[in-house]
Write a protein that binds this ligand. Sequence first.
Ligand SMILES: [Fe+2]
Ligand SMILES: [Fe+2]
Length: 470
Amino acid sequence: MSTVLTDEKIPNNVNLAGDKRLQRALEAWQPHFIDWWKQMGPVGWQERDIYLRTAISVETDGWAHFDYVKMPDYRWGIFLEPKQANRNHGFGDFQGQPVWDEVPGEFRNMLRRLIVTQGDTEPASVEQQRALGATAPSLYDLRNLFQVNVEEGRHLWAMVYLLHTYFGRDGREEAEELLARRSGDADKPRILGAFNEPTSHWLSFFMFTMFTDRDGKYQLSSLAESGFDPLARTCRFMLTEEAHHMFVGESGVQRVVKRACELMKQDGSGDVRAQGGIDLPTIQKYLNLWYSLSLDLFGGEVSSNAADAFAAGLKGRYKEDRYEEHKLVGSHFSMDVLEGGKVFHKDVPMRNALNEVLRTEYIKDCQRGVDRWNKTIRDERVSFELVLPSAKFHRQIGMWSELHFTPSGEMIDEATWRARRDEWLPSEADEVYIKSLMQPVHERGKMASWIAPPAKGLNGLPNDFEYVRL
Ligand SMILES: [Fe+2]
Ligand SMILES: [Fe+2]
């Protein structure tokens, strides 16, 4: 089961060779994927040797292989965690019954929608980030960008494997559609809003990997609980790779914060921008933007879709086994709701509140990251605190999207919002300034003016390692 046949066209631990029909179907999809990668993946750099990790198995130590590879030659494979014997549904109406190895007919559409929605985010993020290779602040960062990109490509493979294997013709059509939609395209956009916003510079890239990839962690974790066993096993292994993406985001922002503090102290006036850095108030605005866009990805606060997916045993909570009760009939979640234009604190039937339950776990995780950034600021002896805005602030999805709120969660009218928006979110001038800083740095071990070097190199290597061969 865990042996990987690396001489196969598609590396895998699912015995693809044992199912010739499926193997042929995926081998037919593979060139379409490569075409998409060449057309919509990273601009430039495709013929360069990049020091990348490749998943070669699911063994805890030894799943990753590091070496130089040209991106189009990356070995995108299919890896599922091994099947647990006698696994039962851990939650929902089928709790305690054996998990499913095939798609249950009555939940087929719901399951397909969950898989396609998750799958769509993977190529979308590659498209959003495709131009960033031109302006990387260091070779270390350039390599990290490509690592994230190739792994998002592998996550697309993970979802396409499920579609091809379990959904017949519809699944094959969905797999083609996943390569046909385009981030930000007016006619064929990606499914979710935040995945249609371009990641136009590196500060946004770090915020994206901090906040939006972290949404991915929570979505994948709740699908890793699924009673549809192949989905659970696929998502569990994806989470292993996802951890590095969030590291890139959190440590990336931390280095920008550190640099801002250093520059504040260097210059008597504390003018960070005058010295080619990104000041802390501007970092706060980008935090506000990407955090609020990412909160939207959890969906409506009160949701019958979430209730249905839980009842069916398809999508659970984050780390379901931490909870005592797994059916959630008759229990409630206490949360803010909007009724008649006013905010009330109310008990909502738990199953309907599951998007909010997951969002609440996500917010705690984000807060831990922000706390670590604030520790960096304190260690630099600078007096400033980064904060997560209220979950009501700048929402496009859900009940709070109907009204306007300040970052501290106070309701305001439209005119006030318009007048004050640029205090809270990046203005056009901020965007112009940040983009003006985005000059590539290709000298080994050197960093752009606006970012501190990483605390240590990748995989035990020095900072001045040749992460990308020029
Ligand atoms: Fe992913
Ligand atoms: Fe990711």
